[in-house]
Design a protein around this ligand. Structure first.
Ligand SMILES: [Zn+2]
Length: 254
């Protein structure tokens, strides 16, 4: 971590340690992380500890946050950054949790330039330098059905990673050993093929929501990468390969 000195991190990890019983009750029952190696699990616990220390959780519309619920969110939030480092989540601090889907009023411009006020129900939302907002019922749903290719926490935090280079456009800051034009070509063509397939026959090999914008494509394939990597690999093997190079993880081998 760039902003904290090593001895301070060690102190912080001791001082704010997640109690063993709490850790086991959550980590042992979260299918998303059941195939992690012992050393990855230990690192996940460290990251979750720092995440819980750095971020402020608050409940909205009567939702009460608790140590258990915060840990459930934290564990899923830090899994994608296990090889990227905690710095990936610097620059913002708040997580707001609603009991269920929440409604927002948005202005949206249609193709003819007319602005409409839309009332939308959302399961999650991520502001580029602001809070992450989650629906708890969605988080619970993902725990009951962990291999569906859906995970609202991973989806919203993928938007956070995407926004790190200033634009939420489906391309997070890539590593020096990656190639921007290769990424754009591979993800861009997969995105177009998905759109064409939906248009032609209404069929989609992954959640059709991925076809609504490049940023949503990246967030949705991140969900598949961590919860249903085989589906992503079968549908878009080159996309899976780019994702494993970006996240520096191989969920398929777990
Ligand atoms: Zn999204």
């Amino acid at each position: 971590m760039r902003w904290l000195k090593r001895p301070y991190i060690a102190w912080l990890l001791r001082r704010h340690q997640i109690p063993d019983a709490l850790w086991r009750s959550i980590a042992d029952n979260l299918a998303l992380i059941e195939h992690l190696s012992a050393s990855d699990r230990a690192r996940l616990r460290k990251f979750a500890t720092l995440f819980l220390y750095q971020k402020r959780f608050s409940g909205a519309r009567g939702f009460e946050v608790s140590a258990e619920k915060n840990l459930i969110i934290a564990l899923q939030a830090v899994l994608p950054i296990l090889e990227l480092g905690m710095d990936a989540y610097l620059g913002w601090s708040e997580i707001i949790v609603y009991p269920g889907a929440f409604r927002v009023m948005r202005e949206q411009q249609d193709a003819s330039g007319v602005v409409h006020l839309q009332d939308q129900a959302l399961a999650g939302e991520s502001w580029s330098r602001g809070p992450v907002i989650l629906s708890w019922s969605e988080v619970e749903d993902d725990m009951l059905n962990p291999v569906s290719g859906r995970n609202v926490v991973i989806h919203e935090f993928a938007h956070k990673l995407d926004a790190l280079n200033g634009r939420t456009n489906g391309m997070p800051p890539l590593h020096p050993d990656m190639d921007v034009s290769e990424w754009s070509e591979i993800l861009g063509s997969a995105y177009s093929r998905l759109q064409q397939s939906i248009e032609a026959n209404g069929r989609a090999s992954i959640d059709a929501y991925a076809a609504t914008a490049p940023a949503e494509f990246f967030a949705v394939i991140s969900e598949y990468f961590f919860t249903a990597p085989q589906i992503l690999q079968d549908a878009y093997p080159r996309v899976y390969e780019q994702m494993s190079r970006y996240y520096r993880q191989q969920p398929l081998l777990r």
